[in-house]
Design a binder for this molecule. Structure first.
Ligand code: NI
Length: 158
């Protein structure tokens, strides 16, 4: 079993720029497997390697019917705008109001080093932006308008 500990944003690892992955080996595969398990256990939508203390450019996103693994991802294209509630497993119990693109297209490598592109809208686009930010040491609280209040959270069906 490979549950990893999720660090909070008080940890310095959450505020560093991550290095590219150069070895697509069993260690990377173990990291990705562990991250998927950790994400499922935490009921999250996305997870970035620095959140489990690994300063490499690796994120995973639950796009609904599968977990997309993004190694060395870059944002290719964004379009539109959405403003909504956003949370982070490293900022437990709180949500912020964050403006993001409505659409996002990402280019990344898979666990074997092959390049591919993936796109998404709404929460998927939001998640791509949020997770890629983590790789540059940016937590959403640094780009949000403000935290949501208790009252706003109570009234939110999410
Ligand atoms: Ni996060």
């Amino acid at each position: 079993m490979g549950l990893r500990k999720i660090l909070t944003d008080k940890d310095p690892a959450l505020h560093k720029v991550c290095k590219p992955v150069t070895n697509f080996d069993s260690k990377l595969h173990k990291l990705l497997d562990d991250m998927a398990e950790t994400l499922a256990e935490a009921n999250g939508v996305g997870l970035a390697a620095p959140q489990v203390g690994i300063l490499r450019r690796v994120v995973i996103v639950d796009v609904g019917d599968e977990i997309v693994e993004l190694v060395n991802p870059t944002m290719l294209e964004t379009d539109g705008e959405q403003v909504g509630a956003e949370g982070c497993l490293s900022v437990p119990g709180r949500y912020g109001l964050v403006k993001r693109p409505y659409y996002a297209k990402v280019r990344a490598q898979d666990r074997n080093g092959d390049w591919f592109e993936v796109e998404g809208e709404e929460i998927i686009a939001r998640c791509f932006c949020h997770e890629l930010d983590h790789l540059d040491g940016i937590v959403y609280t640094e780009v949000m308008d403000r935290f949501l209040t208790e009252e706003e959270l109570m009234g939110d069906d999410e």
